[in-house]
Design a protein around this ligand. Structure first.
Ligand code: GLO
Ligand code: MG
Ligand code: MG
Length: 410
């Protein structure tokens, strides 16, 4: 029988056999590790926890060792709900600062938990005015925490903004109330930033099409873009998106196209990276384990538009992974798959075959009469085969064939 120590030694030996980037290399990327991802205990509606709780000190120390340079958190990941806004909060926040300083990490993003506690049973924009006042307090308080920890981003995931049964809430009213909370946060931010001589935070909305509510009022990044420009926000310029890869995939979208729309709107502020399956629940698998080819293409788009982060590792180490495995396997391998895919994306952008094919497609067949439909078809027919050839080339880059990697079949 293998003892626990033997098992860990086996995991370490096999991970080493896989190879890894150095912590210094990993720190060159704007990759952030969420407190909640590392502290996830493996629980769910049908699942009991499989791992013990982990403190923020441990998470920060382990992230530092791995080479994850940034840390993100919900308010209640680190501060018990009843201590929010009290002296105890101040004391915890100063301990967090110490831990970050000691390990050379920065807090890049803070987010308000508006979905877990019983107070959010009817969502953050519930009918009862006291719930909405409390939501404003919580959002403004998170802005304060963000400034104290030196963050640049605040994220809002309104997964409880919706309903299970129809007709009881009126959507336009609820959205107006939700906007009021965001407006309060932005206004409080402007004031706080001025007082502290800091820039204001970037406020980022994160969409998910379902879960926990059955129907969500802002289910997609596109819905959120419409909301941002609806006229309900007093500071729309401060509000953008934190798309999550899997959340766009979940409703059947092409994540890359959703990101492209956010880029065009100038609203791609922050990005949650993970993986999973279409039209399933939020499985939050580590990046690249399900859709590496799609991920490569996503990163090509982002690199070519100069998006360099943050890339927030919002995945859940599987419940089969041990507490030891979370920091020895789950996080380092997720970071390394990201880095590899990012570097491959650079190779796609520089690949001569893709470059020439793309240029030829853009030059077109050269027909001068725009009304000669037959001539246009004929002049482009052969060229269009390049679409498939480009896709093949990207696959070759993914598997390293462009660098001469061969297989046993000649
Ligand atoms: C859940 C979301 C969640 C958010 C987090 C940040 O499905 O992905 O993890 O990213 O609450 O606001
Ligand atoms: Mg997320
Ligand atoms: Mg998710």
């Amino acid at each position: 029988m293998l003892t626990e120590k033997d098992q860990q030694a086996l995991i370490s030996r096999l991970s080493q056999a896989c190879g890894a980037y150095s912590p210094q290399t990993r720190r060159k990327y704007f990759i952030s590790g969420p407190q909640w991802a590392a502290a996830y205990e493996g629980h769910a509606l049908f699942h009991a926890p499989t791992r013990p709780p982990v403190s923020f000190e441990e998470v920060i120390r382990n992230y530092a060792e791995i080479g994850i340079g940034y840390w993100t958190t919900h308010d209640t990941d680190v501060i018990p709900t009843e201590a929010i806004g009290t002296d105890r909060q101040a004391e915890i926040v100063s301990r967090i600062r110490q831990a970050l300083d000691q390990h050379g990490l920065q807090c890049s993003m803070v987010t308000t938990e508006t979905f877990h506690h019983a107070v959010w049973a009817a969502g953050p924009a519930a009918e009862a005015p006291e719930v909405r006042e409390y939501a404003k307090f919580r959002l403004c308080n998170t802005v304060d925490i963000g400034h104290e920890l030196g963050a640049s981003f605040a994220v809002y995931w309104p997964g409880s903004l919706g309903y299970q049964v129809q007709g009881a809430i009126e959507e336009t009213q609820t959205l107006r109330w939700y906007a009021e909370a965001l407006n309060a946060a932005c206004e409080h931010d402007i004031e706080t930033a001025r007082r502290k001589g800091r820039p204001t935070l970037k406020h980022c909305l994160e969409a998910k099409p379902f879960e926990p509510q059955a129907e969500i009022l802002l289910p997609t990044s596109d819905a959120m873009l419409a909301f941002i420009s609806s006229g309900l926000l007093t500071h729309p310029e401060m509000v953008g998106l934190n798309p999550e890869y899997l959340h766009e995939l979940m409703w059947g979208a092409a994540p890359r196209a959703a990101l492209a729309r956010a880029l065009l709107a100038g609203k791609l502020f922050h990005f949650d990276i993970n993986d999973g399956y279409r039209l399933k629940h939020d499985v939050d698998i580590g990046i690249g384990l399900v859709n590496p080819l799609d991920w490569l293409n996503v990163l090509v788009l982002l690199r070519s538009h100069d998006y360099h982060g943050p890339f927030n590792l919002d995945f859940k180490p599987p419940r089969t992974t041990s507490a030891f495995g979370v920091f020895k396997v789950s996080f380092p391998t997720a970071v390394d798959r990201f880095i590899t895919l990012w570097e491959m994306a650079g190779e796609v952008l520089e690949d001569p075959v893709i470059g020439e094919a793309t240029a030829a497609l853009k030059a077109g067949g050269g027909v001068t009469d725009p009304r000669d439909v037959e001539a246009i078809v004929r002049a482009n027919q052969e060229l269009l085969t390049l679409h498939e050839l480009i896709a093949h080339r990207i696959f070759q880059i993914l598997i390293g064939a462009h660098r001469g990697r061969t297989f046993s079949i000649a």
